[in-house]
Design a protein around this ligand. Structure first.
Ligand code: S3P
Length: 173
């Protein structure tokens, strides 16, 4: 074993808009750990917003940066809370690395609850642009398979970020 369980990074996965960043920040505060949001880190490091990277460089380029960033961050930091973009776990390399080295926490949401929040989360997400609700539901279902590979799952339906955070803290004890 590379490092003890208590030093492992906790990696948050789940579909766009499920609350990975908000909840990640809250868990970090409660557990007195550092918080890193991979998308924010990419934006700061490369001085471009995620939509700009998609537009100017294309999605495959973004996925490469995402892969490099997740693995670098998790290799060089311990005991952190790390929130991943909703598509990151589709990458086998990211998935395998995180499952082996981190505690993978899946924030689950039902399609019905997600749809009810859709209007609130549509901004700045290139993957949602120009997609019908039907197409988004397809994507939502396709991604479930990758998300099913995790260590711990918390359902977020009808829960506030505070309630989700409390459930996570309880589950971690
Ligand atoms: C993506 C989700 C986004 C961001 C990018 C692509 C996806 O992260 O990484 O726009 O493919 O689901 P959030 O899950 O934080 O929105």
């Amino acid at each position: 074993e590379k490092h003890s369980a208590s030093k492992k990074n906790i990696v948050l996965i789940g579909f766009m808009g499920v609350g990975k960043t908000t909840v990640g920040q809250m868990i970090a505060t409660k557990l007195k750990r550092e918080f890193i949001d991979i998308d924010q880190y990419i934006e700061q490091t490369y001085h471009m917003s995620i939509p700009q990277i998609f537009e100017q460089k294309g999605e495959p380029y973004f996925r490469k940066l995402e892969r490099k960033t997740v693995i670098d961050i998790c290799q060089h930091h311990y005991n952190n809370i790390v929130s991943l973009g909703g598509g990151a776990f589709q990458q086998k390399e990211i998935r395998e690395f995180c499952l082996e080295n981190c505690l993978v926490l899946y924030l689950d949401i039902s399609w019905e609850s997600w749809k009810a929040r859709f209007e609130l989360i549509n901004e700045n997400r290139p993957v949602l642009n120009n997609r019908s609700l039907y197409d988004i539901q397809q994507l939502f279902n396709e991604r479930k398979h990758a998300y099913s590979m995790h260590h711990l799952k918390i359902n977020t339906d009808n829960k506030s970020p505070e309630e989700v955070t409390a459930s996570i803290i309880e589950a971690l004890q």
